[in-house]
Design a protein around this ligand. Structure first.
Ligand code: SAH
Ligand code: SF4
Ligand code: F3S
Length: 436
């Protein structure tokens, strides 16, 4: 229908925000007749789904909505959703009066009610939408992304997320299983289960329930016929118990790539970060994973220059990086965030140059490791799930341990598992020839 109103969504932040944007889009399609557009000048409604985790994305928000306001067509509306919406609320409209409505990260189910209410602000972090049945929009044909919990009960001292997403509530397992089953019916072969701390899944539901764990959820989801690959993020190193690690190792549907957010390798920094584990515990968990899972890939998040971090502390981080041999590292320079406990350590904050130098050192060390390890894959034959075809005639897909591989191919390969003989590598991806 050409009379449909058009919606443009820009998403910042993490994978949960991506899923929230899919929900926003699908809810507005279903209840309000919007269709998605990639062209901002065409849009009747422009939404930005924001992230607050570091200062930069927040600054970006105000410059970006200013641009949107200039580009938008006459009469188009602007909405701000997500974590910065939760955290700044009404202040967003005060600072940018052309914003029509504000919807927090925990209020996404209200989107259909507020789009037509000028000045609406829905940002309560007590809102419980864990049993709301969201409509879903698909962005990847072969992979479904499913939220398994909302909020976070941890209080890592640097982190704003608990105050933007509120307390942790698990989405009932039968709703998750049903959603995955539906996605598989529609062609998905892989699922990504999402929560801020997936290992605490089942600790609190909206209603009273029997004990249920993340390990049990993995078992239940893996029973779905036609589902080939299960991924999840983020586990919390403190809560990765033996039962979970053993399930991870023996369940053939679970992708053998795990994100283990280290944050710091220094036990004393981890203590002020309130992470709840020591350097030794992290190494113990990583070693146990490596022992039980051949070809395991481990990715991580690291924050450098946390207040009070000495050079010795930083060397502990580098030591863990060397010992664990992470396959991918997301590095961040500490960014002070409003309302977090680490603000009490203001007098211990480090000069920016120290943070920049530590980032450089960390990246350099990791680069050397990848330059050594990746070429070892040349000549190997790896099995990949093909998920896209590029205009240059190359298909792209991921191995079971989530390495990206490119190869010449055609659309017939899409959604299939194929073997690729590796001929070329970069630090982050592989190239090869299809051999079956
Ligand atoms: N719940 C997830 C991650 C949430 S935020 C987890 O615990 O793994 C994603 C990443 O942003 C974090 O892992 C952390 O490395 C980084 N981060 C969070 N707050 C930050 C801050 N104040 N400064 C710099 N990086 C931060
Ligand atoms: Fe933030 Fe920690 Fe919760 Fe992750 S576990 S969202 S870092 S408070
Ligand atoms: Fe995600 Fe950013 Fe919020 S990382 S949880 S969108 S603060």
């Amino acid at each position: 229908m050409s009379s449909n109103k058009k919606l443009f969504i820009q998403t910042l932040g993490c994978q949960m925000n991506d899923t929230d944007s899919q929900h926003i889009q699908a809810e507005l399609e279903k209840h309000k007749g919007y269709v998605a557009t990639q062209n901002i000048e065409d849009a009747d409604l422009i939404i930005i789904n924001t992230c607050s985790v570091r200062e930069k994305p927040v600054q970006k928000l105000f410059s970006e909505i200013g641009q949107f306001n200039k580009k938008k067509k006459e009469g188009a509306k602007i909405g701000v959703c997500g974590c910065t919406a939760s955290h700044l609320g009404q202040d967003i409209i005060k600072r940018a009066p052309y914003v029509d409505f504000v919807v927090g990260a925990r209020n996404i189910s209200k989107i259909k009610d507020v789009v037509d209410v000028k000045g609406a602000v829905e940002v309560s972090i007590d809102n419980d939408e864990s049993t709301y049945e969201f409509s879903t929009a698909k962005t990847n044909k072969y992979r479904a992304s499913v939220n398994i919990s909302v909020g976070c009960d941890k209080k890592c001292s640097y982190c704003i997320v608990p105050s933007t997403r509120g307390e942790e509530i698990s989405i009932p397992p039968e709703m998750i299983v049903e959603q995955v089953r539906k996605s598989v019916e529609q062609g998905a072969v892989e699922v990504m289960l999402l929560g801020q701390n997936v290992n605490s899944y089942g600790r609190r539901f909206s209603d009273k329930r029997e004990k249920y764990t993340f390990t049990k959820l993995l078992q239940d989801v893996s029973k779905i016929d036609g589902l080939e690959r299960i991924r999840f993020t983020s586990p919390h190193p403190l809560h990765m118990d033996d039962e979970f690690i053993e399930e991870f190792a023996k369940n053939p549907k679970i992708s053998k790539c795990i994100h283990m957010p280290l944050q710091s390798g220094s036990t004393s920094v981890l203590k002020t970060m309130k992470r709840g584990y020591s350097k030794e515990w992290f190494l113990n968990r990583a070693n146990k994973m490596r022992e039980l899972v051949p070809n395991l890939r481990i990715t991580t998040d690291i924050i450098v220059a946390f207040p009070g971090e000495t050079q010795e502390d930083f060397l502990d981080t580098l030591d863990v990086v060397e010992q664990v041999k992470f396959d991918q590292i997301f590095n961040f320079k500490y960014s002070p965030r409003p309302g977090t406990e680490a603000l009490n350590l203001k007098d211990k904050e480090l000069p920016d140059e120290i943070g920049s130098q530590r980032l450089i050192d960390l990246i350099e060390l990791h680069k050397r490791y990848l330059e050594e390890s990746m070429p070892k894959l040349i000549g190997e034959t790896l099995n990949i799930l093909v998920e896209s075809l590029k205009p240059n005639g190359e298909v792209s897909g991921y191995t079971d341990n989530y390495l990206q591989v490119f190869a010449k191919g055609s659309d017939e390969l899409l959604g299939k598992f194929v073997n690729v003989k590796i001929t070329d590598v970069t630090r982050t991806s592989l190239k090869g020839e299809v051999v079956n």
